[in-house]
Design a protein around this ligand. Structure first.
Ligand code: C5P
Length: 213
């Protein structure tokens, strides 16, 4: 199976030395890539800046901004059978990037932000039989918000987790299916969640594209 995995945060530069980002470590995506490789699948890892080493054996595509990630995925997704979208994509970027370094001459500074494209929602509109797994970090109403996101973005599966799982090795996860099924993994290492997602993905392929567990 040809699997594209995204990992890590994106960086949205306001000048050449400053950016907006988030604390994603990339560990979840790296765990998925490792597990997929281990099972003999072909893996493309589209990665923002990572705090951990990418596994040897993947085809690594390094990106920084959300727009670079979108461009890389427009190339990789049509050739893939599945996409696991663990990346913490920045929702906004500075309206313009200043060349060089902004001087601190002003006492206050207003930053104008514009929305980034929703990458996975855009790809899902033309997914055909490909399986797409999304992730949702929710500070409250975890499952309700994650379910709403899965349906709105037309994903086949979503993993809901809380902001405390950013950068963590172990976390609580809820896997949600569009038909309302749910599975809870409490205190699970990211590797364990990766194994479960790969089980689901392989079963989905074996069933000819229907999302069964
Ligand atoms: O909307 P939210 O960021 O919570 O959705 C999370 C899911 O959507 C993740 O799988 C993330 O990788 C993806 N996403 C995206 N493009 C964005 C924002 C999020 O593909 N601009």
């Amino acid at each position: 199976v040809r699997i594209v995995v995204t990992a890590g945060p994106t960086r949205e530069y306001l000048d050449d030395v400053r950016f907006l980002s988030n604390p994603s470590s990339g560990r979840m995506g790296v765990a998925c890539a490792q597990e997929a490789l281990h099972r003999g699948h072909h893996v493309v890892l589209v990665a923002g800046p990572l705090e951990c080493d990418p596994p040897k054996g993947v085809r690594l595509v390094r990106v920084e901004s959300a727009r670079e990630m979108a461009r890389a995925l427009r190339r990789e997704f049509p050739r893939a059978d599945a996409l696991v979208m663990t990346a913490a994509v920045s929702d906004y970027r500075p309206a313009r990037r200043v060349r060089g370094k902004i001087k601190k001459t002003l006492r206050t500074m207003t930053l104008r932000l514009v929305r980034n494209p929703d990458i996975v929602a855009g790809l899902a509109r033309r997914k055909g039989r490909r399986l797409i797994v999304g992730f949702a970090v929710e500070a409250r109403a975890l499952e309700r918000n994650a379910l709403e996101k899965m349906r709105r973005k037309r994903l086949d599966l979503i993993v809901a987790n809380s902001p405390s799982s950013f950068g963590a090795h172990v976390a609580d996860f809820v896997i949600l299916w569009p038909d309302g099924r749910r599975e809870v993994l409490r205190g699970a290492p990211k590797r364990r969640l990766a194994r479960r997602l790969l089980d689901i993905l392989e079963a989905h392929r074996a069933a000819g594209g229907r999302t069964s567990s």
